[in-house]
Design a protein around this ligand. Structure first.
Ligand SMILES: C[S@@+](CC[C@H](N)C(=O)[O-])C[C@H]1O[C@@H](n2cnc3c(N)ncnc32)[C@H](O)[C@@H]1O
Length: 325
């Protein structure tokens, strides 16, 4: 359907569940593909990491939900995308990452991309996101915004289309799930995923300042043909950790070209959808990521209120929605 980027969204009529509704909005974040967003800016060796955040999406989250000088944390930092974009926008930021390999790459990536004044704003700490308060030390309780893209509770690997076309595996086994170490949460599935991520989100709730925000980026994937509703799982985990659920943003992996929406799906998503359809399952292509916004319990002192209200106002009412307490 032709769409115009500038045409206002119609405000939907009130529904019987309006009091419980969470406002929805859509951000196009792939006008240029993720590879092109990184090309010539990030280190080429970042291609070895199987699950990076889209730089434009990280920027959009940081601009919407924090202010210059704020402290941003990514507890599962990978190659450092959120840190790079946060420091480039004048935020102080700390990343935590478990694996030697990604810690080294994230630090090198920060050195490579950021000019020296911005580089001094960003730091990578090696450690386990299940032990955040101890890792952050003095910074615990002072974080303004957490941004994280957790593992997806299903296999993530670096796709080698050339090798696959020549008859090999689509993803080299060595590239799967961020590390061969079973301690990496990229290997957690089912109940184990719920238990381990519950610890991560509980730590996130502790290290944020009162009224601070946590933004997660997840994608609903398929395992053995079945949809894994990771957005729903994440809402439930965050709720159990003590967060209030503020906002669900759809990050659209597509570009608007001549008023037409052009999808930028991953090769993996295309293959999954084609396989499902070949087996008679009428599934559609997933070309979005779920951006979920949560808040720690409101603080008694209201020094943080104007800032939070501004962030929520920028992201929510554009669609005609309203935040419900
Ligand atoms: C989806 S990736 C995040 C990628 C990151 N947003 C980026 O743009 O590069 C998840 C990351 O969590 C890391 N990880 C897994 N278990 C962890 C843990 N217990 N503590 C800290 N990091 C962990 C993985 O090694 C992986 O780099």
């Amino acid at each position: 359907m032709p769409i115009s980027p500038s045409s206002p969204s119609p405000v939907p009529p009130p529904t019987s569940t309006e009091d419980e509704a969470v406002p929805l909005t859509v951000w196009p974040v792939a006008q240029v593909s993720a590879q092109h967003q990184r090309a010539g800016r990030y280190l080429p060796s970042c291609a070895a990491h199987p699950g990076k955040m889209i730089p434009a999406l990280a920027r959009r989250i940081i601009e919407a939900y924090s202010a210059p000088g704020d402290l941003v944390l990514d507890p599962m930092a990978g190659v450092g995308t959120t840190l790079i974009e946060a420091a480039a926008l004048g935020r102080r930021c700390v990343g935590v990452e478990l694996e030697d390999r990604w810690v080294t790459l994230a630090r090198a990536n920060l050195d490579h991309v950021l000019p020296s004044p911005a580089r001094s704003l960003a730091e990578v700490r090696q450690g386990d996101a299940r032990s955040l308060p101890g890792l952050l030390g003095d910074l615990a309780g002072r974080v303004d915004l957490i941004i994280t893209s957790p593992p997806y509770a299903c296999d993530a690997g670096v796709i080698d289309k050339g090798a696959w076309l020549a008859g090999a595996r689509l993803c080299d086994r060595e590239s799967l799930n961020y590390s061969t170490s079973r301690n990496n949460l990229g290997h957690a599935r089912g109940e184990a995923y719920l238990a381990e991520m519950a610890q991560v989100y509980a730590g996130c709730c502790t290290v944020l300042r009162p009224g601070g925000l946590m933004v997660t980026v997840t994608k609903n994937m398929r395992r053995s043909g079945r949809l894994v509703d990771l957005a729903g799982i994440t809402v439930s985990l965050a709720h159990d950790a003590g967060f209030a659920y503020l906002q669900h943003v759809i990050a659209l992996l597509g570009a608007v070209r001549d008023s037409e929406l052009v999808a930028h799906p991953s090769f993996w998503q295309l293959r999954q959808t084609r396989l499902a359809r070949a087996n008679g399952h009428p599934v559609h292509l997933t070309v979005h990521e779920d951006v979920l916004v949560f808040q720690t319990p409101a603080c008694p002192s209201t020094s943080a209120q104007p800032h939070d209200q501004r962030a929520v106002a920028e992201a929510g009412p554009a669609e005609g929605g309203a935040i419900r307490g």
